[in-house]
Design a protein around this ligand. Structure first.
Ligand SMILES: C[S@@+](CC[C@H](N)C(=O)[O-])C[C@H]1O[C@@H](n2cnc3c(N)ncnc32)[C@H](O)[C@@H]1O
Length: 212
């Protein structure tokens, strides 16, 4: 595993329970996740949730559409343990988000909720291209990530504490990557988030649907 990925995953392993306590409620993203569900062609769709964390997003979409079949992946073993509890019907798999192309299965929808902060610009563009190969006809891709100039990406956190490398992404090149891979953009929006103290900013949420 690459050193930066290893550092990131260790932080999420250590923080898994705290992350679950803070982010299990995906209320701020409910409208967009509902639109993702409505964009699926059938209520028993196969969904891939990449970097599922504690299964918060998968649980939300399953509560909305109980017939969905979910494959949930993450590189943090601790996150996957929580996901197994929160979404017992899902298949949970230890996998690097950079390797999704190796999955030998097709999906009607793919969720990439806050994995892009841990992937470089080149990696997210490749990821979007890879999803095209994994999606069925008229398949739907949901992306949420932290907005910012990509050139401002770098380590964040206290200088005397744990620092994590964060990649900021720009809507323009994400939309271009979707269009180049044959997606229509269902929605692309910026949304403010505010979790207090220095944890404020803007998210990008994009839903793409493969052209007919
Ligand atoms: C911010 S959390 C997002 C969790 C959930 N999807 C959500 O939207 O709340 C990021 C997740 O990405 C996982 N992660 C980070 N780098 C990864 C990688 N290269 N491959 C797979 N998972 C990764 C972490 O373990 C963590 O669970």
């Amino acid at each position: 595993m690459e050193k930066r990925t290893e550092e990131t995953v260790k932080i999420f392993d250590d923080a898994a329970h705290g992350y679950q306590a803070k982010y299990m409620d995906v209320g701020p993203y409910a409208d967009s996740l509902s639109l993702f569900c409505e964009s699926l062609t059938s209520t028993d769709s196969n969904i891939l949730d990449v970097a599922c964390g504690p299964g918060n997003v998968a649980k939300f979409v399953l509560d909305m559409m109980p017939g969905l079949k979910i494959m949930a992946t993450d590189l943090s073993k601790e996150m996957l343990k929580l996901a197994k509890i929160n979404i017992p019907s899902a298949d949970t798999i230890l996998m690097d988000a950079k390797d999704i192309k190796t999955i030998n299965h097709k999906f009607n929808g793919i969720v990439a909720s806050f994995i892009f902060p841990y992937l470089s610009k080149g990696e997210v563009i490749k990821f979007i291209a890879d999803t095209r190969e994994l999606l069925t006809e008229r398949g739907v891709l949901y992306i949420s990530t932290m907005e910012g100039r990509n050139s401002n990406s770098g380590y964040v956190g206290p200088s005397d504490g744990v620092q994590m490398y964060m990649n900021y992404h720009e809507a323009k090149y994400l939309e271009e990557a979707l269009e180049n891979s044959g997606f229509d953009i269902v929605i692309s929006k910026l949304q403010a988030y505010d979790y207090g103290n220095d944890n404020k900013g803007t998210d990008i949420i994009i839903i793409g649907k493969l052209k007919a």
